[in-house]
Ligand binder design. Structure first.
Ligand SMILES: [Zn+2]
Length: 280
């Protein structure tokens, strides 16, 4: 690591040069120092990202291996039913452990595709992460997506860190997953009256522009529990729910999460149907 050696050499030289090392530096030297610091930062960031991506890939591979073994176990018509049953239990436990690790590691919902196959073995985990629309079916229409847009009030180009679900005033808002209410804010500006819920695996969800808030800070809530009603408090042009999802402290696009639970349950229903068919 030549540039690290360079920095150490440079700092030592500067420290010995005079009583105040920073003052003694010329413009060129400051620029050089800055360049080295930026280079270090870039290296650390890139390396850090690489490591976390490797970890995600490792967890995915482990999940796939256990998944394959489970498939073989389920497909085989073995005579030693008790042994096969025990093995199945152990494999399911191992898969659950890997799903949990994976869920903590992934940065956003784009990684969920590879989970869909395995989540059907442990669908109850879905209750702990935002995986469904927080409004009643038929009550809402998507009016604004996540991403860069022209702000409807200020007219400036800004990133919209959530989605807007247009819905009539007073419609019921539900917790997107089980968790703990970490924030309740009453305000006439910004998000208006809003709620933040902390969930497992580093997920959080935010519900903005509310009319009524029906929970308090510190309250534990279950998935689909009634938490508020739709309003237009704060900076809002009409009645809608501003819905945000956060993963590991970064705001992420919630769109892929909205059908996650429904997709996996639909797959489970199909699976049960085919199992019933085989039994008949
Ligand atoms: Zn919004």
């Amino acid at each position: 690591m030549n540039f690290i050696k360079n920095i150490i050499f440079f700092l030592k030289r500067s420290a010995f040069a005079s009583g105040n090392p920073i003052k003694s530096l010329g413009k060129k030297e400051v620029a050089y120092l800055l360049f080295l610091v930026l280079l270090c930062l870039f290296y650390v960031l890139r390396h850090g990202l690489d490591v976390s991506d490797h970890k995600v890939q490792d967890s995915k591979m482990a999940m796939e291996q256990y998944g394959e073994r489970l498939k073989i176990n389920l497909d085989s018509s073995r005579s030693d039913a008790i042994v096969a049953g025990k093995e199945r239990e152990q494999l399911l436990l191992a898969i659950e452990e890997r799903i949990v690790v994976y869920l903590y590691q992934v940065p956003d919902y784009s990684y969920m595709n590879s989970l869909e196959t395995y989540l059907k073995y442990r669908p109850e985990l879905l209750k702990q992460l935002p995986s469904a629309v927080p409004l009643e079916k038929g009550d809402y229409a998507l009016s604004s997506k996540y991403g860069i847009r022209t702000h409807p009030i200020s007219g400036t180009i800004k990133t919209h860190y959530g989605i807007d679900l247009a819905a009539p005033a007073g419609k019921t808002v539900y917790a997107a997953a089980s968790g703990m209410v970490s924030k309740v804010v009453f305000s006439d500006t910004g998000y208006g009256n809003h709620i933040v819920i902390k969930h497992r695996f580093g997920f959080e969800s935010l519900y903005g522009h509310l009319q009524k808030v029906l929970v308090v800070e510190g309250q534990k809530v279950k998935q689909h529990e009634l938490i508020a009603t739709v309003g237009s408090s704060g900076n809002a042009t009409g009645f809608h729910l501003h819905y945000e999802t956060v993963k590991n402290n970064l705001k992420i696009d919630p769109i892929p999460s909205l059908n996650l639970k429904r997709n996996i349950y639909a797959e489970l229903i199909e699976l049960n149907k085919s199992n019933d068919g085989e039994k008949q």
